[in-house]
Write a protein that binds this ligand. Structure first.
Ligand code: ARG
Ligand code: ZN
Length: 876
């Protein structure tokens, strides 16, 4: 078989044929679904008269192909790989095809497949070609009419995009519904759902007074988990009207929950399809974090209706055009709806652990890649999260109001079109009058920029000089990097904590300013500074960079107390904790006792005794840097030292501050009934972090407190926090019964069982890996279901670093075994799961060799295009 070929951005050619209309008929059957496609095509005025027609298809049983009613002879078309070419076609014609596909055999979950008894689709990015022969590219748009035929008993509900226009009965206990979507759309936004589903209905009146019917379709047993998503949807709809002036544009908006889904959800026009884990919520089964995640994803998919659907991408290299912008929109929505500083902290923590790691590894790619082998591999943290950071920088650069004028103009100018990243940035340049030429490098250059900052205080001259150097390390295919336009928000703090007034040339003096770094090295001087200040840099995380400054620990403690910027107060606490933990790691390596710096204990004591004005942020400040973030600081990762030092730091904080944690635990007990409100979430978060410190003290009564909280069974947030502490303790007599009780109680609920899996496989004890193998045999586990795989294998490899990186290589073997099996079943998930193995260069020689060995073992298989691309990059 030929090696999979890369596709290049610079090879882009506009489509030669446009679609006026697409008419589809599905005759559903698990084993053999018949798809008839009537495509009304027309040559593009600028295309050559001889231009061949090229369609894409994959694993289709072609039964008939005709042009204007004339069946094509086999000599009149050519199928090569995934394309079908017809050399000579009229200028305007009807292409009529019929294919047979097998949804029940579709384990890749792309195209039309079955999830339990439900038929559903996933077409982004290139799933539609598994449904029928089609110009499956995002720059070919058409209004769709879709007729779905199904069995009256097995598929009473038949859904597709747009509005239902006709329904009726057919012989043989069959029936049909026809749907019409008037908005031209690319095939990736097509959706079909059929099966026995129940509906929760609501409605929304748009700002201009139109009534929109809202429908949430779920399997019957999930009806009690729909309220939150519906409420979230309505909040999102209102927010998009208020913040972006965007109204919904059809009379009906539907969401469907399915159990088998590769990603979180999909923004199909008028018919969003969701992974059930990203939509179903209930206080008894769902944690606060999941409630918030669901709210964010419901909003994200809804927001795509404008940023993605009405204005879509010209080609898949532009994926961040819709994803970066839409993630930014959902982040802002969540910040407005909940605790804004905590939302920022969470987003940054995710970005700078996982996205920074991706950007430093073998699969690093620009936010707009210039080539790919398999586009499904590019639904990454870089495209989504770094893409959102770029949009955030843009808005901060030009100001919120100008940005809004820009987005209005963008939506107006490009409505109904498939466009590029440049089109978005150009509009922003236009409305602001700023030159964003240099800024565009953020889209083309991969890797995380490193800022090295130095401060110099000149006492005699009463001035403070800040020198900033930027440098981006090489990434695969991009050895030499150029300077970027980096907005650096900063301030200076006096020694009593007061913010100092900064007079920067040409700006009105204030205590906060944005420095524009555009060269490899720049210097700024602040005059009239009477005593040595403490600089607060990169406030609000104003750019997705790593920043170094030689702060002393006392200076970090000072920032933690006094910085005006909430984000930097958190960040200073993280930096302080990091230096203390790193010191303990050094002691660990030298075989010495690990002592936690008293300054961190003092800092925590201070935090715990502050008036609790922002409990949500306080809880975040009390969380030590994650093992993943500590690892990011090391040139060679020492997983054992990281784990040991972090654990010892937690224990010493617990011992020193036991009474404070105990008080905080009791002071934050909920009195009201559960609600996922920001206030309640903050209190639970603080209470549960306090409890986790308490149990780290080893005092036996603390596990009794956890047991009591577990048994009180008030809500999943508290139950899961308590279960985790019990299950991760050395007290099997407490942990095992709790695990058993939880497993029995929730065996009927797959989404709760995922939490049960995740809790067990993150045990720090050395039996964790054996437990993973054991749980893979559990009846609730199935390798075919992506949620199960993520809960059991994904959680283990990501969050149980000491056990995944066991010296005997058993963790690597386990992951490779799973990846090899997934390669046959679900290539997209296989290519995602393998990520931890691809980072082998970050580890010691022995571990790196073991990891590499597993990659070689995988490489020897007959690999899907997805896995081929990732494995070759890793081993390159
Ligand atoms: N556009 C979807 C979203 O971000 C994700 C689709 C991902 N598809 C895929 N095959 N990875 O909401
Ligand atoms: Zn998206």
């Amino acid at each position: 078989m030929a090696e999979p070929q890369a596709i290049y951005l610079h090879d882009y050619q506009p489509p030669a044929y446009r679609l006026e209309r697409t008419e589809l008929t599905f005759d559903l059957n698990e084993k053999a679904t018949r798809v008839r496609a009537r495509l009304h095509l027309q040559r593009h005025p600028e295309a050559e008269a001889q231009a061949p027609l090229v369609l894409w298809g994959c694993e289709l049983g072609l039964e008939r192909i005709a042009i204007d009613g004339q069946p094509l002879l086999e000599s009149e078309y050519r199928i090569e790989g995934e394309t079908l070419t017809v050399e000579r076609v009229p200028e305007r014609f009807l292409l009529d095809t019929e294919v047979v596909i097998e949804p029940a055999a579709n384990t890749a979950l792309e195209g039309l497949y079955v999830s339990g008894p439900i038929f559903c689709t996933q077409c982004e990015p290139e799933g539609f070609r598994r449904i029928t022969w089609y110009p499956d590219r995002p720059d070919v748009l058409a209004p769709f009419t879709t007729t779905v035929i199904g069995d009256r008993d097995r598929e009473p509900v038949l859904l597709s995009n747009g509005n239902p226009v006709e329904r009726g009965e057919l012989p043989g206990n069959r029936h049909f519904v026809s749907w019409q979507d008037p908005h031209p759309k690319p095939a990736y936004l097509f959706a079909l759902v059929a099966g026995k589903l129940d509906c929760v209905r609501d409605s929304f009146t748009t700002a201009s007074g139109r009534e929109v019917a809202l429908e949430l379709w779920v399997e019957e047993e999930n009806l009690h988990k729909t309220e939150w998503a519906m409420a979230s949807l309505k909040r999102a709809m209102r927010w998009d009207e208020q913040s972006y002036g965007r109204e919904y544009d059809l009379d009906l908006f539907m969401i469907v929950a399915v159990n088998d889904f590769n990603m979180g959800a999909m923004e199909n026009k008028g018919l969003n399809i969701f992974n059930s884990a990203a939509v179903l919520a209930n206080p008894q089964t769902t944690t606060d974090a999941a409630f918030q995640r669901i709210e964010g994803i419901v909003a994200h998919e809804y927001f795509h209706n404008w940023s993605g659907n009405r204005v879509t991408c010209r080609d898949w290299f532009q994926l961040a055009l819709k994803e970066g912008f839409t993630v930014f929109r959902d982040q802002t929505f969540s910040a407005d709806t909940n605790s804004a500083p905590v939302k920022r902290i969470e987003d940054v923590a995710l970005l700078r652990t996982l996205q920074f790691a991706e950007d430093a590894g073998p699969t690093a790619h620009p936010v707009r890649p210039d080539h790919f082998i398999e586009i499904s591999n590019f639904y990454t943290l870089t495209i989504y999260e770094k893409g959102a950071e770029i949009v955030r920088m843009l808005r901060n650069l030009i100001g919120a109001e100008t940005f809004r004028r820009g987005s209005d103009r963008y939506f107006e100018r490009f409505d109904g079109q498939a466009v590029r990243v440049e089109d978005f940035v150009d509009v922003m340049a236009e409305v602001s009058g700023l030159d964003l030429g240099l800024f565009m490098r953020w889209y083309s250059q991969a890797g995380t920029p490193q800022l090295d900052c130095r401060g110099e205080y000149d006492e005699a001259g009463q001035r403070f000089t800040l020198t900033v150097r930027q440098h981006t390390p090489p990434t695969p295919g991009q050895p030499d990097k150029l300077p970027l336009h980096i907005p650096l928000r900063m301030g200076l703090l006096g020694d009593d904590g007061t913010p100092l007034t900064l007079s920067v040339d040409g700006e009105t003096p204030g205590t906060d300013t944005v420095l524009h770094l555009t060269e490899a090295e720049q210097q700024w001087t602040f005059e009239g500074i009477e005593r040595a200040p403490v600089p607060s840099l990169l406030r609000g995380f104003s750019a997705p960079v790593r920043l170094d400054y030689p702060w002393s620990r006392d200076e970090l403690a000072h920032l933690m107390r006094f910085d005006e910027d909430g984000f930097n107060r958190w960040d200073a606490t993280q930096r302080l904790a990091l230096t203390a933990i790193e010191e303990m790691m050094t002691a660990h390596a030298a075989g010495e006792t690990m002592h936690l710096d008293a300054r961190l204990i003092d800092a925590f004591r201070y935090l715990l005794n502050q008036p609790a004005d922002d409990r949500a942020v306080l809880a975040e400040m009390l969380r030590l840097p994650s093992e993943a973030w500590i690892a990011e600081q090391q040139s060679q990762v020492d997983v054992d030292a990281i784990h040991a030092a972090r654990r010892a730091a937690i224990e010493q904080l617990a011992d020193s501050l036991y009474a404070d944690f105990e008080r905080v635990y009791h002071a934050n007990q909920s009195t009201a009934g559960y609600a996922p409100t920001p206030e309640q979430i903050a209190a639970r978060s603080l209470k549960n972090i306090a409890l986790s410190y308490l149990t780290a003290s080893g005092e036996p009564e603390t596990l009794a407190m956890a047991k009591a909280q577990f048994e009180a069974d008030d809500n999943m947030t508290d139950v899961r926090a308590a279960l985790t502490l019990l299950a991760h303790s050395d007290r099997a007599d407490l942990g095992d019964p709790a695990i058993r009780a939880f497993g029995e109680r929730w065996s009927h609920d797959a989404l709760v069982m995922d939490q049960w899996f995740a809790t067990q496989v993150t045990r720090p004890q050395p039996d964790a890996l054996e437990r993973v193998r054991f749980l893979m045999q559990h009846p609730a586990f199935s390798i075919k279901n992506p949620n199960r795989v993520r809960a059991l294998i994904g959680t283990f490899t990501r969050d149980n670093r000491v056990n995944f990186h066991r010296r005997d290589g058993a963790g690597y073997r386990l992951l490779a075994d799973v990846v090899i099996e997934l390669n046959r079943l679900n290539p997209e998930i296989a290519a995602r799961m393998i990520a931890p193995l691809t980072r082998f260069r970050r580890f010691d020689e022995a571990r790196a060799a073991l990891m590499r060995g597993e990659l070689e073992r995988i490489r020897a298989e007959k690999l899907s295009r997805n896995l081929h691309e990732v494995v070759e990059k890793a081993l390159a």
